[in-house]
Design a protein around this ligand. Structure first.
Ligand code: SF4
Length: 305
């Protein structure tokens, strides 16, 4: 009920950051020029079926890491005083430890930076990487965003993610051991999704120590396997109504203290094929808020320990 009393039906990231850092804190998205084992042939050359050529980093710049951060700090200087550097595209722990540290260090160019957030795959987390990340925690808040997408292994295989639920569980437990926050990425609208597959994902998230989640809607972008399926009428994109209902279902069934880092994907306009509603973040946010309000729903209300 605590969320409801604050007139906020789920744990929003902005509120969490404000509480944690005492003021508005924004993210700076960075291209760390990494690759991915699901792209370079180590696991596969094909990548996940929905993944764009730039590993979901279409909007990121191709200039040095330092320059990206400096430009963003400059651009956002009137919007906040505290920032979290977010290594976003591809797998940002997929390199030697020395190279990882060099890239992270390059981004930490200002006293205004209070956090380091790293997106990666569960099979790109190991003890040495955790130790390297841990070394930043006396000065920065460090978190790792790990792809799960679904806990239904059949769908996981179909989308060619090339890691298992066990990889995800092991990575989460390892990060827990080093007290590094874990943010899981999950997707709504993947091929073959059912209520049962969504329940599996919810149950896995609830069974682990996960501090945050990002919920992404599945969208189709050019030059992907999903685009081919869509063009051959073998994949039907979800409707906005379905996305709102399913996201509400997830929110009401996960633990109430999990921070919701995102409830929509940022579809890259120039390569998006479908569904169109993904371009309208306000439709998603307003639609979700209205649905939760109209039905008196709030995060964690159906969670059972
Ligand atoms: S793990 Fe991430 S970067 Fe790699 S192919 Fe899948 S979505 Fe793309």
């Amino acid at each position: 009920m605590e969320n409801l009393e604050k007139n906020c039906r789920y744990n929003k990231l902005n509120n969490y950051l404000k509480e944690k850092f005492g003021e508005r804190t924004l993210k700076i998205c960075v291209n760390g020029f990494f690759t991915c084992p699901n792209r370079d042939g180590t696991k596969s050359y094909d990548g996940c079926i929905f993944c764009s050529e730039k590993g979901s980093g279409e909007h990121l710049k191709e200039v040095s890491i330092k320059k990206q951060v400096q430009e963003a700090l400059d651009y956002k200087k009137n919007k906040a005083n505290k920032f979290i550097v977010y290594f976003q595209n591809y797998s940002n722990t997929y390199d030697s430890i020395s190279s990882l540290k060099a890239k992270y260090d390059e981004a930490l160019v200002s006293d205004k930076i209070v956090g380091l957030s790293i997106a990666t795959r569960p099979d790109c987390i190991n003890e040495n990487i955790c130790k390297a990340l841990k070394s930043y925690t006396n000065k920065y808040h460090v978190s790792v965003e790990i792809g799960l997408q679904t806990a239904d292994e059949m769908i996981g295989d179909f989308i060619n993610r090339k890691y298992s639920n066990l990889d995800f569980i092991n990575a989460t437990k390892l990060l827990n051991k080093y007290n590094i926050d874990v943010i899981a990425h999950i997707m709504v609208g993947l091929p073959y999704e059912t209520k049962d597959s969504i329940d599996k994902t919810i149950n896995l998230i609830n069974s682990l120590e996960i501090q945050g989640i990002k919920i992404h809607s599945t969208y189709v972008v050019k030059n992907t396997k999903l685009a081919k399926l869509y063009e051959e009428n073998k994949y039907t994109p979800i409707s906005l109504e379905y996305y709102i209902k399913t996201t509400s279902y997830i929110l009401t069934h996960i633990k109430s203290d999990i921070v919701i880092h995102r409830i929509s994907g940022d579809a890259p306009k120039d390569i998006l094929l479908a569904p169109d509603w993904n371009l309208h973040k306000k439709w998603i946010m307003n639609g979700l808020n209205k649905y939760l309000e109209d039905n008196n729903l709030y995060q964690g209300m159906y969670y059972k320990d």
